[in-house]
Design a protein around this ligand. Structure first.
Ligand code: DGY
Length: 321
């Protein structure tokens, strides 16, 4: 019988995904869901044919250089691949895949939650209820910003951006967007295209970041661009922390230039900038854009479909390097 490929799985995955791994591979699982240090990961990878990591593992050029010769593939359990040095993997002849499509709905849903939560001061309200501090009602109590009918600007009109736009239309929002390439009229669905972020920003009552983290998008939303937003705008981010200059965002939230921010992603997760916690006008979630049962199963299956293809000598559907 052909030897089953050995797969180092860096984090605890959904049951159904681990069952399939046990059925088709020789998996090295992580039942305690511990975050591996680099040395530990290299030791555990000895003799492995593939890695199945998450965005929590930083697969830097140095780490990739230390992987054993046996590793042929890195099948990520994530759509984002900014945690992998793709050039280093390519140089070693290691195939890298991701999991697009399957987390689009879940992430767009969370974007809408962040918009609503930030605009309607959900964090403050929840805190009042949980601490028992709510003591009265008045017409001026906890007044937020209405979402319905406002202009939503989207930076990065890929899969998630497009679904966010569709959901936002349910709130009668007018959609503006900036993307490297203009979408076809069918995909645009009436959204208004802006060739540059600078052109887009003055039209955004709400701004949703949906671009991938690349050197080009690093701190794309910086102080200069925040200044172009209308006063009282609301920024939400389900993409990656690195696409926003967090110090500039904090300054704008403190000054009132921005009414609020809804954030699911940060630089240096999980040790986020403490100012975000201290500000009353932030609505904060812990990087859970894809965290639904359906989506996490689908991400695992998609990563396994990619591995299946690689070990069957076929081209994986989601090859990124
Ligand atoms: C992704 O898939 O990129 C999500 O952020 C979870 O890692």
């Amino acid at each position: 019988m052909r030897k089953r490929p050995v797969v180092l799985v860096t984090r605890k995955l959904p049951e159904a995904v681990e069952d399939r791994l046990r059925r088709d591979y020789e998996p090295r699982l992580n039942p305690q869901d511990r975050l591996y240090e680099s040395d530990e990961l290299i030791a555990l990878a000895a003799g492995a044919d593939a890695l199945l990591p998450c965005h929590t593992e930083r697969l830097t050029a140095q780490l990739i250089a230390r992987l054993p010769e046996s590793v042929r593939a890195i099948a990520n359990f994530s759509v984002g691949v900014d945690h992998v040095d793709l050039a280093a993997a390519r140089a070693r002849g290691i195939i890298v895949t991701n999991t697009p499509d399957v987390l689009t709905d879940a992430t767009a849903e969370l974007t809408i939650l962040l918009m609503l939560g930030a605009a309607r001061r959900a964090s403050e309200g929840e805190r009042l209820m949980r601490t028992g501090a709510w003591d009265s009602w008045s017409p001026s109590f906890m007044v937020g910003v209405q979402v319905t009918g406002k202009r939503l600007g989207i930076i990065g009109m890929g899969r998630v951006g497009q679904v966010t736009a569709r959901r936002a239309r349910g709130f009668d929002m007018t959609i503006h967007y900036h993307n490297r390439r203009r979408l076809s009229a069918g995909l645009e669905g009436g959204a208004i295209y802006h060739q540059t972020a600078e052109e887009l920003l003055p039209h955004c009552d709400f701004l949703a970041m949906h671009c991938p983290a690349t050197p080009e998008t690093h701190r794309l939303l910086d102080g200069v661009r925040i200044a172009l937003l209308p006063g009282g705008a609301i920024v939400v981010n389900t993409a990656r922390g690195s696409v926003v200059d967090e110090e500039a965002l904090i300054t704008a939230l403190k000054s009132g230039k921005l009414a609020a921010a809804g954030l699911d992603v940060y630089n240096n997760e999980p040790h986020i900038n403490a100012a975000f916690r201290e500000l009353p006008n932030t609505f904060l979630l812990p990087h859970i854009g894809s965290a639904t049962r359906e989506t996490r199963d689908a991400m695992g299956f998609r990563a396994l479909d990619n591995l299946d293809a690689i070990f069957a000598g076929r081209a994986p559907r989601d090859r990124v390097a």
